[in-house]
Design a protein around this ligand. Structure first.
Ligand code: APR
Length: 266
């Protein structure tokens, strides 16, 4: 079970690769706080490259500062001691990375793993309109939540024959045996080539879940890649739709909501 942010149980850091996800940079930044193996100039440089949204001139200034300190460090035959001038730059850079990523009001994070392990206010289930379970993440969530989840879904009212949740809509239940507190069941569109309104329906599914999360003042929500499995929606296009909807809704809200996009790895 993982409590993401700010008390994630972190394994020893590895220097995040360029383009690392926020969660990798977070792990890196938190390790930097201990100034142990911070990966040196290359490590920090990679962290900077991975930083989403750092203003270009800030990035340039930081990189220049880091480079000048590195030259001073090596020309003086410096060691990585606490008084080393480069460490001062790193400390400053760590502060910026931490502020930018760890303490920002709302964060979009990408995390690789099994959504059923996440201890968040709500995990989203990529369900089907019956809400009676299925394979993929639907099956995993029902298995981990236990039989009470199916009962809670069965208790939800039908809106038409065999349909408890129309495509693009969402329903909230408790999470029972899961570490999460709630499950937001949503139904994404089945991909049939993109000419039948699938992009809009997928955006509607993310919007419906975010609307409930904000109305219920949740502080954290985790999404799987809705519709990209059995329903065949192209992953990259789906991710773009998801991040656009979430960015837009977070931008309009004054609430603190951490949104975690889960890339599945068993
Ligand atoms: N944690 C996180 N993500 C997961 C997990 C998991 N435990 N298991 C699967 N996934 C990922 C898949 O890798 C995929 O990227 O969830 C994404 C959605 O895939 P599906 O679960 O197949 O969902 P979807 O494509 O929306 O199809 C929904 O499948 O299971 C049935 O009842 C469901 O009929 C519905 C249909």
């Amino acid at each position: 079970m993982y409590r993401l942010l700010p008390t994630a149980a972190l394994t020893p850091s590895t220097t995040p690769p360029v383009g690392a996800s926020d969660s990798q940079v977070i792990r890196f930044a938190q390790t930097l706080n201990g100034y142990d193996d911070c990966g040196g100039y290359d490590g920090l440089s990679a962290a900077l490259d991975a930083m989403p949204g750092l203003h270009a001139c800030t990035l340039h200034q930081l990189r220049l500062k880091l480079f000048m300190a590195q030259r001073q460090h090596y020309f003086q035959g410096g060691s990585w001691g606490p008084e080393d001038p480069l460490m001062e730059s790193m400390r400053e850079l760590c502060g910026i990375i931490r502020t930018r990523v760890l303490d920002q009001q709302s964060a979009l994070l990408w995390w690789t793993g099994d959504i059923t392990k996440l201890d968040v206010d709500a995990i989203v289930n990529a369900a089907n309109p019956t809400l009676l379970g299925g394979g993929g993440v639907d099956g995993a969530i029902h298995r981990a939540a236990g039989p009470k989840l199916l009962q809670a879904c069965t208790d939800l009212p039908l809106v038409s024959a065999g349909v408890r949740c129309p495509t693009g809509d969402a329903r909230l239940t408790a999470a029972f045996d899961l570490p999460a507190t709630h499950v937001l069941h949503t139904v994404g569109p089945r991909w049939t080539g993109g000419e039948s309104g699938e992009p809009t329906l997928l955006a509607n599914a993310y919007t419906a879940c975010m609307t409930i999360a904000l109305e219920r003042r949740f502080q954290s929500i985790a999404f799987p890649a809705i519709s990209t499995g059995v329903y065949g929606f192209p992953k990259e296009r789906a991710e773009n739709i998801a991040t656009e909807v979430v960015h837009r809704m977070l931008g309009k809200s004054s609430q603190t909501l951490r949104v975690i996009f889960v890339r599945f790895e068993a």
